[in-house]
Design a binder for this molecule. Sequence first.
Ligand SMILES: [Zn+2]
Length: 138
Amino acid sequence: MYCKKCGNKIEIQDKYCSKCGNKVENINTTNSSNTLSIILGIVAIFTIFIPIISIPLSISSIILGRKYNKENQENINNIPVLLGIISLILSIIYILVLILIILTIYKNTPKMEEYIDNKWNNIIEKNPETNNDNGQKF
Ligand SMILES: [Zn+2]
């Protein structure tokens, strides 16, 4: 973005031109999409414990951030894209860790199959008819 009065290059966060002091006009349409993508990215990080919500949020943040960057090529602001990517990676890691925890718990569960077998045997012993119907003998 450049100053309309003197042509000096202005940073996106600047309200006044550093060279001539001319007030910088805000590009509200692109600013709102940038703000929205930053908010989405932050929300995505906070909802990291709910990866199902976090993933679409972070993807939206990345898309909005990229769209914003295309509209303002002179002032590339990578924060929304970065936030989106971080939250996306975190949510993927979270899901992987969750799967790993579930698998570890499942594997360490004291012989679930054995437990079920014992229960099943008890049922069969108590109801001999069930044994005949199924034709199974343990
Ligand atoms: Zn100026």
